[in-house]
Design a protein around this ligand. Structure first.
Ligand code: NAP
Length: 335
């Protein structure tokens, strides 16, 4: 419910990725809505035409840079159906005073489930062994060449200890008895903020974490500080036989260094939900590498969570266009 002093004028909204019908209906009840997906060649012209008069935009997974913003002179708010904001040119938005909203919180548990699934799949070789059955190769009891590696009790290193990192730590420490090391710029006061993890998770410098963890899972935002964070030096620091899992953004990893660590180093396996280029190019060696479990960027991709994200993003946009500041506005003041 919008407040009585709210701006009720009909505004122009550009929907740049498909939205569930019930959310489109909410927008259409109050505003003029154009749906145009710039990834589809036949909709590019309609997208740019709508951009020229749009006051609000809603969508995800499309780069919104200064050039695109130059074509949107009336834009007041962008509502991203994602928690990550790496697709947006944040300084350009700040300079124009355009509000950016995102969807923190509603995808936290689902994304932590996905990352933990990748940990399990990589350690226990679940995809490889399921294919062993599917392809009719289970003709006798498996030998140790197909054995996996325990997850419970292993030390988990988490890069990024925000909403999703902490949800992952709860699964690991409380469900699987795993000591947790985490890397972030600021330590979290666990006794105050997450008492269940007090004494079970420890703030650790990056290099020490890489040297001590059996499994390293990345779930930090992509930024100028984290782009290409994991390179040859970092993979070489990891324990022999360790596993690397990426549930953050592909560009935090130097993929050629990851491949070298898998082929010539001592990395046991990698579980990847995200890639430098998405969809993963058919000729990427990561697609078929025997030590890689690759997923098509499904961190938040469940029915329930995608619905919740679309609903929150729609509410964010409606609130912002009514002149209110949504709780899920991204803080641009410091970029
Ligand atoms: P969040 O609550 O903002 O947590 C981010 C964490 O990363 C914080 O602990 C932050 O701590 C840390 N961090 C930020 N910059 C850092 C740096 N330069 N070095 C070290 N640590 C840094 O975000 P979230 O909701 O957990 O989401 C995290 C990211 O996951 C998103 O940005 C998105 O890219 C990714 N994600 C992926 C999927 C998927 O489909 N695979 C789904 C959802 C989210 P400090 O500020 O103290 O450093």
């Amino acid at each position: 419910m919008l407040n009585p002093g709210a701006d009720t004028a009909r505004k122009k909204i550009l929907v740049f990725r498909e939205l569930p019908p019930e959310q489109l209906t909410r927008l259409q009840a109050l505003h003029e809505v154009t749906v145009a997906n710039p990834r589809l060649p036949e909709q590019v012209a309609a997208f740019h035409a709508a951009l020229a008069s749009a006051q609000g935009m809603i969508g995800s997974s499309y780069p919104v840079d200064a050039t695109l913003l130059a074509g949107a002179p009336h834009l007041q708010v962008i509502s991203s159906v994602s928690v990550g904001v790496d697709n947006y040119d944040l300084p350009a938005l700040a300079a124009r005073g355009i509000l950016l909203c995102h969807t923190p919180g509603v995808l936290t548990e689902t994304t932590a489930d996905t990352i933990f699934s990748l940990i399990m799949a990589s350690s226990r070789r679940l995809v490889e062994l399921a294919n062993h059955v599917r392809e009719g190769r289970w003709t006798s009891n498996i030998g140790e060449e197909l054995f996996g590696w325990d997850v419970h009790g292993k030390t988990l290193g988490i890069l990024g200890f925000g909403r999703i990192g902490q949800a992952l730590a709860r699964r690991a420490a409380l469900g699987f008895g795993m000591p947790v090391l985490y890397h972030s710029r600021h330590p979290v006061d666990l006794a105050q903020e997450l008492p269940a993890l007090a004494g079970k998770a420890r703030h650790t410098p990056l290099d020490e974490l890489l040297q001590r963890a059996d499994i390293v899972a990345a779930v930090l935002p992509l930024s100028s500080e984290t782009r290409r964070l994991m390179g040859a030096r970092e993979f070489a620091l990891m324990k022999p036989g360790a596993i690397f899992v990426n549930g953050a953004r592909g560009a935090i990893v130097q993929e050629e260094a990851l491949l070298a660590a898998l082929d010539h180093g001592t990395l046991r396996a990698a579980g990847l939900d995200v890639f430098a280029t998405e969809p993963l190019p058919l000729d990427s060696p990561l697609r078929t590498h025997p030590k890689v479990t690759a997923l098509p960027h499904i961190g938040s991709a469940t029915f329930e969570t995608r619905q919740a994200m679309a609903a929150l993003a729609t509410s964010n946009l409606l609130q912002a266009l009514a002149g209110e500041r949504p709780a899920a506005a991204f803080e641009l003041a410091y970029v």
